[in-house]
Design a protein around this ligand. Structure first.
Ligand SMILES: NC(=O)c1ccc[n+]([C@@H]2O[C@H](COP(=O)([O-])OP(=O)(O)OC[C@H]3O[C@@H](n4cnc5c(N)ncnc54)[C@H](OP(=O)(O)O)[C@@H]3O)[C@@H](O)[C@H]2O)c1
Length: 430
């Protein structure tokens, strides 16, 4: 049996755990792959840095080109992260006939089309099970297991840091800042948490999920993205009173020939399967025409879970090398999706209005909604002295109609302020 030769670009959290699994389970993996798998070259920035796995000085280099240009390497595992030089190194690997495994969502969400097209031209595999949901198998199910069905909607909690923060806020009444500080203390948040809390990490993952689910390319910049920095513990408590939980959701759904995509905090009914996903866990809820509803749950980050997915890709490619086959192409990257403009996206809103407690207020508020064709599903009034609060939930209507309604409400003398508003997802209507 000929040994399958692997080169590692990066040996940090993910690369290090990948190397450890390949070493510790070598015999088992060789039996599954049909050939032994050996890491013959590892590129890192600083070979002297202390790390959890021991690097063999004979195979370690600071020069990533040593991996890419080594003609004996068959599989390059990119676990460096970032756009460049990762993109360039992956493209050079592909053009020299190497298969590639990557966990790099940022790269796939911006340059996925270019990378997958190059793979097609060179006849090599590019696999990326670890790029979304860490250790959760979701790429292969979307690409292969659901090939016989039509996916209608994908809704995920795909960022563990924000899910941890929202869980702490809900369960302890902590503020956003306090919960973020705790996430940092526990090592769940990066030194610069903006990619997580502003929703950009979730948007990159959603671009990949939507591309595979609907077979047409979505890139991160297509996705209207709103993070959780403005969510307050009062919002979460109010949602709880109404039977909802607040989650950062990444949603992609078909709308005729178009695709609707969005990332934002949303209220989900407590009975929705995603509502039960706590702490750093991730989950992806998929609705398809024939199979109905599916849910994939697990650890969306961390060295070992993510490396579990990376190693599964390495084994798949090793099997292909042994059998002379190829993995199924990742359909969708060859053409761009038609995206529903944000103003036309259909949503429901929860709105809290602080209003004057006087006759005619309710009629004026209802009129503003009616003027823009937004119908109200429920309304609750809480009053005290000359001030009252109206809590409304709307039926499905476009973002544009909702926005026009909010503008009109803000101009009413009887409305003091829109104290809070949040989209509602996961009801039978949406
Ligand atoms: N961490 C997770 O839980 C997780 C989950 C899913 C996906 N991912 C993705 O996996 C990828 C890797 O993440 P990570 O957390 O493992 O990152 P990390 O711990 O920062 O590791 C990055 C590695 O790349 C090396 N590196 C960076 N630039 C290099 C260069 N120019 N030349 C050679 N080596 C270079 C670093 O070398 P040194 O060790 O010498 O610094 C380090 O070993 C990212 O795309 C990330 O988005 C991570």
């Amino acid at each position: 049996m000929e040994t399958i030769r692997v080169g590692l670009l990066g040996c940090g959290v993910v690369g290090g755990a990948t190397l450890r699994i390949l070493r510790d389970h070598a015999d088992e993996l060789a039996a599954r792959a049909g050939a032994p798998i050996e890491v013959v070259r590892v590129a890192v920035r600083d070979p002297e840095r202390r790390r959890e796995v021991e690097l063999d000085p004979g195979t370690t280099t600071r020069n990533a080109a040593d991996v890419v240009e080594d003609g004996s390497i068959q599989i390059v595992v990119e676990a460096m992260g970032g756009l460049e030089p990762a993109r360039d190194l992956i493209l050079r690997s592909i053009r020299s006939g190497k298969h590639v495994v990557t966990a790099n969502k940022e790269l796939l969400a911006t340059a996925g089309g270019e990378v997958l097209q190059a793979a097609g031209t060179s006849g090599v595999d590019v696999l990326f099970e670890a790029a979304v949901g860490g250790g959760i198998p979701i790429i292969r199910p979307l690409r292969e297991s659901l090939a016989g069905d039509r996916v209608r909607k994908v809704m995920g909690i795909v960022n563990g840091t924000t899910n941890f923060i929202l869980t702490r806020m809900a369960e302890t009444g902590e503020s956003f800042a306090g919960a973020l500080a705790e996430a940092e203390r526990l090592g769940y948040a990066e030194a610069d948490p903006s990619a997580d809390v502003e929703g950009f990490d979730a948007a990159a993952k959603l671009a990949i999920l939507a591309t595979l689910a609907f077979g047409s390319g979505v890139v991160a910049t297509d996705i209207p993205t709103e993070g959780i920095t403005r969510v307050t513990s009062e919002d979460i408590a109010a949602a709880h009173d109404l039977g909802y939980v607040v989650k950062l959701v990444a949603v992609a759904e078909t709308a005729g020939q178009q695709v609707s995509v969005r990332v934002h905090p949303a209220m989900l009914p407590r009975t929705h399967p995603l509502a039960a996903v706590r702490d750093v866990f991730n989950a992806i809820f998929v609705e398809a025409e024939n199979v109905g509803e599916l849910m994939f749950l697990g650890r969306g980050a961390g060295g070992a879970p993510t490396a579990s997915a990376v190693v599964s890709d390495i084994v798949e490619i090793a099997r292909n090398i042994v059998s002379g086959g190829r993995s199924p192409a990742s359909a969708g990257y060859s053409r761009r999706a038609a995206i529903v403009p944000q103003e036309e996206t259909l949503v429901r809103y929860y709105v809290v209005l602080s209003v004057l407690d006087q006759p005619g207020v309710l009629a004026a508020v209802a009129g503003a909604f009616a003027d823009h064709g937004v119908s109200i599903s429920s309304v609750r009034q809480e009053g005290s002295d000359d001030q009252a609060t109206l809590v409304l939930i709307t039926h499905l209507a476009s973002e544009g109609r909702h926005r026009a309604t909010f503008d009109q409400l803000e101009g009413l003398d009887t409305v003091k302020e829109i104290a809070s508003k949040m989209r509602v997802e996961g009801t039978t209507e949406a």
